[in-house]
Design a protein around this ligand. Structure first.
Ligand SMILES: C[S@@+](CC[C@H](N)C(=O)[O-])C[C@H]1O[C@@H](n2cnc3c(N)ncnc32)[C@H](O)[C@@H]1O
Length: 285
């Protein structure tokens, strides 16, 4: 696992999303995750929805079931799942700014419920969820084994887990770690970036049976050239971007440096984007 030279806490992750909230909403929109270009002809909006649809395919959702969205961002994935599959979704986030948007989205819905909680100290009862999803949130957690242990504990037997995660390739070289992966972790508030074998091992050690792993790096990479273009355009046209970047009090402005680093890390294969699916065995299996 790649560990940043300065440890990153849950409080700092929350601060990252609170402070960057307006920028995330303007640059990324309501989905704070990669897009998935399957044909290559998708618009950016279609690509972000394609990523969720791909995850839903891996879960076999039934109307009325209860899904937990660990690290729900602005709640847009939860809303998509509720609208397209008729499932109840409980989403949790560390960020109060994200929670406000998500709660606004849930107004009048009997299917959506959002809370501010740290997954690593969650208050859910054992076996309450039918399915569990984590889209690009596990990398923000300092204890990945606990991330999987808690997913296992709160899933019912037979329940499924689907995780999208930023990964480091196996056997990274020291220059890749020094110039790309360690700074990406530090600048993006990731206490650790795991590898595919590590994710499999954490899941299995928690008790899960791993059903599949897909490397989607080539299909999501376009996200970063898109983001870099959007940010560059905003810097030129919007003075509050320039003010934020030039203000020494902006604790998370350093994340801007990660955009070209992440693009390069995908391009040369130092970083991978993984999709892991697993289930909690039922007592009879
Ligand atoms: C990259 S955003 C992804 C948001 C959302 N899944 C999406 O795809 O739009 C990461 C999310 O993980 C959440 N997160 C990170 N660590 C967490 C933790 N320990 N407990 C709960 N949420 C966490 C953040 O608050 C944020 O909502």
């Amino acid at each position: 696992m790649i560990i940043p030279r300065k440890p990153q806490t849950s409080a700092e992750v929350a601060e990252h999303y609170d402070e960057l909230d307006p920028f995330y909403r303007e640059i990324w929109g309501e989905h704070v995750h990669h897009g998935l270009w399957v044909t290559g002809r998708e618009t950016p909006d279609q690509a972000v929805e394609a990523l969720i649809a791909h995850l839903a395919d891996g879960l076999a959702l039934k109307p009325g079931q209860h899904v937990c969205d660990i690290g729900c961002g602005y709640g847009a994935t939860a809303e998509w799942l509720a609208e397209n599959h008729g499932v109840h979704v409980t989403g949790i986030t560390l960020s109060s700014a994200q929670l406000r948007q998500a709660q606004h989205r849930a107004t009048g819905s009997s299917l959506l419920h959002f809370m501010e909680q740290d997954w690593l100290a969650n208050t859910f009862e054992d076996g309450v969820f039918d399915h569990m999803i984590a889209i690009e949130s596990s990398e923000h957690m300092s204890d990945k084994q606990r991330f999987f242990n808690e997913a296992y504990r709160t899933l019912r037997p037979g329940g499924r887990l689907a995780v999208y995660a930023w990964l480091a390739r196996d056997d990274t070289r020291s220059w890749e770690e020094r110039l790309l992966l360690e700074p990406i972790c530090r600048e993006g508030r990731l206490p650790g970036m795991g590898t595919e074998p590590e994710y499999r091992e954490w899941a299995e050690r928690a008790g899960f049976t791993v059903d599949g792993f897909e490397d989607l790096s080539a299909k999501v990479k376009r996200t970063w050239s898109l983001c870099a273009r959007r940010v560059a355009k905003k810097i030129v046209t919007h003075s509050h971007y320039r003010r934020y970047l030039l203000d020494a009090r902006s604790r998370n402005r350093i994340f801007a440096l990660s955009l070209p680093r992440i693009w390069l890390a995908y391009t040369i294969g130092s970083m991978r984007y993984g999709f892991l699916t697993a289930h909690k065995p039922s007592s009879s299996s």
